[in-house]
Design a protein around this ligand. Structure first.
Ligand code: MLT
Length: 206
């Protein structure tokens, strides 16, 4: 495992032992960091390479991947710029480590920037697992996402990402041609055991 500070993102890259498995791009939630999702990544995709950057935006002391104006209200100009910056980082990391396109595994704020990556730079990702995500843009772009596998796991009692918002995101991704599996779980914003099982099963098919 290498923990590197470069001109781009503070991140961890953990090389995988199973080259048949696509690498995972781990994207933490608000207040997390590059170490947060490593245990989850190892558990749901054993042997996969893990690339885990830390969001560069600070809200107080809490790292995030882009600025927000209020809870659920995003600074879309910042989100756009940060999405391209993250996409460039992923492309550089792929070149450096000789990796195929990764599957994003994002939670909350990390899931929202993963959704933004799908909309703005879809070629960077082989797919995405979005845990507790909402539509990142009020007027989203319309890339062709034909065949892109996306798992969306939402919580029916999630006070931060209401179920209706997850439905809007799922419908929007389906309309762009993505292969979306959307499960609304009896959960809040936090993950439950069912998330892990569904994630593991979905990743095993990739
Ligand atoms: C966001 O800002 O991306 C969402 O509100 C989730 C969060 O980080 O609380």
């Amino acid at each position: 495992m290498t923990n590197t500070v470069t001109a781009d993102f503070i991140h961890v890259f953990e090389p995988g032992e199973d080259s048949a498995r696509p690498p995972l791009l781990l994207l933490h939630g608000t207040g997390g960091d590059e170490r947060d999702l490593l245990p989850l990544g190892r558990a749901v995709a054993p042997g996969a390479s893990l690339l885990s950057p830390r969001g560069k935006v600070l809200e107080g002391a809490a790292p995030r991947f882009f600025r927000r104006l209020a809870e659920g209200v995003f600074d879309e100009a910042d989100l756009t710029a940060r999405t391209h910056e993250l996409a460039d980082f992923v492309e550089e990391a792929r070149e450096r480590h000789g990796l195929p396109a990764p599957i994003a595994l994002g939670f909350s704020n990390g899931a929202n920037i993963a959704a933004s990556l799908l909309l703005l730079r879809p070629e960077v990702l082989a797919g995405a697992a979005l845990l507790r995500a909402m539509p990142p843009f009020r007027e989203p772009p319309s890339p062709d996402l034909s065949g892109k596998p996306i798992l969306l796991l939402s919580g029916l009692m999630d006070p931060i990402m209401p179920a209706a918002a997850s439905n809007v995101l799922a419908d929007g991704l389906v309309a762009l041609g993505a292969e979306v599996e959307h499960r609304a779980l009896p959960a809040g914003h936090g993950l439950i055991q069912a998330d892990i099982g569904l994630l593991q099963a979905w990743l095993a098919q990739r």
